[in-house]
Design a protein around this ligand. Sequence first.
Ligand SMILES: [Zn+2]
Length: 148
Amino acid sequence: MRTQRQVVDYSLQKRAVLREVLSGRVGTYDVCDASPYLKNAARFHGDPTDQRCPICRRENLTLVHYIYGDELKQSAGQARTSAELPVLAMTLREFQVFVVEVCLGCDWNHLVEQFLLGRDGLVGGGDDGQEQDAVGGPTARRRREAQR
Ligand SMILES: [Zn+2]
């Protein structure tokens, strides 16, 4: 996504947790603790992947995108599909996205990454007419005629 910025990747932390589980230092009970809310979010707003769950290796992981930010008002903290994010990114100035992977089989869950989205991330602010020219909207056409 074009406006994605300040990405924080949690794959190192995830690998560390998985190492602890594989070595037996941490029980699966401690890491497979997805709440009913998270599982519902995964079921209704999640993005299925073809990545196998690292714990049970039976189910594929589902990615849940949680959105946070003042502009979202009552929608803050809700889950959105990845398809809905670009639309929000063009509407709002800035909001935070947390991506969580969930296994609906064994309840494994872990934060994958977080990042900011929103129009504030567009180069040049996005209001300088170049965007309109690219789309070929009526404003751009009028401006070109005026230049002749
Ligand atoms: Zn699993």
